[in-house]
Design a binder for this molecule. Structure first.
Ligand SMILES: C[S@@+](CC[C@H](N)C(=O)[O-])C[C@H]1O[C@@H](n2cnc3c(N)ncnc32)[C@H](O)[C@@H]1O
Length: 241
């Protein structure tokens, strides 16, 4: 595995003290959904097994999903989008990654409320998770409203960097999609510029409506609703050649 220790791409990793219910879910539910510790390659089949004893206290829950694709969401925030997609696609496996502890706790609440069995979570850096994925294992990757780092001197902290795109190209299956959204015009340009330099990706847009409108089935994210950027959301779909 290629070793590069990139700059931190995220802000805070913890804010307010967790509410008792969320703190409880961190103790009881997260251990069942968390990726195994370590740096070794992930065994995706084992990861999505529902352990006989493990989840019994959380019953009733659906059984482990029949594998119909693997989706990664990088920086899921509060997990609303991740869990809504997982509920809408119960046969698909979802891995969500988020370094912000309060976001993970919020996501666990959504997992419990939606009673979905097809979500696994890593509280940490997505680059560590991607490094552990087998080649050509992902069917879809969402990067929705990543930290914009708008100041030029902070652009090096953006998640989209040549090395990381290279790693994403490695783990996406041929024909798989990377879906990226931002409401910062410069980050959209940055992403288009960087992705266009990597021949393994092709931008799917044919007309302006393709990047002005979200893809079918999109679920509005919390950050998107805040409209903190400097433009309307820009929706970029790239296919792995
Ligand atoms: C602006 S927020 C958007 C959250 C969510 N996608 C939404 O649209 O509501 C960006 C999120 O990406 C997370 N993030 C930043 N760098 C990350 C990384 N390297 N791996 C995983 N998540 C990351 C941040 O912690 C933050 O929650």
């Amino acid at each position: 595995m290629e070793e590069y220790r990139p700059l931190r791409t995220y802000g805070r990793i913890k804010a307010r003290t967790l509410k008792p219910r969320q703190a409880g879910l961190m103790e009881t539910l997260l251990p069942h959904l968390a990726l195994p510790e370590g740096e070794g390659p992930l065994d995706l089949d084992t990861l999505f097994e529902v352990p006989e004893k493990g989840l019994s206290s959380l019953a009733p829950r659906p059984v482990a999903p029949v594998a119909k694709g693997l989706v990664l969401e990088i920086g899921f925030g509060g997990g609303e989008h991740l869990v809504a997609q997982a509920a809408a696609h119960p046969s698909t496996r979802f891995i969500g990654v988020e370094p912000f502890l309060n976001g993970v706790a919020s996501c666990l609440r959504h997992v419990e409320e939606a009673n979905v069995a097809n979500v696994r979570i890593h509280n940490g850096d997505a680059r560590d998770v991607v490094a552990r994925l087998p080649d050509a294992s992902l069917d879809l990757c969402y990067i929705l409203f990543p930290d914009p780092w708008p100041k030029a001197r902070h652009h090096k902290r953006r998640l989209i960097q040549p090395e990381f795109l290279g790693e994403l190209a490695r783990v996406l299956k041929p024909g798989a999609e990377m879906r990226f959204a931002t409401d910062w015009a410069n980050y959209a340009e940055w992403t288009l510029e960087h992705v266009s330099r990597d021949a393994r990706f092709a931008w799917l847009a044919e007309r302006a409506e393709d990047w002005r409108n979200p893809w079918p089935g999109h679920v509005t994210t919390r950050y998107e609703a805040k409209k903190l950027g400097d433009c309307a959301p820009i929706w970029l779909r790239f296919v792995r050649a």
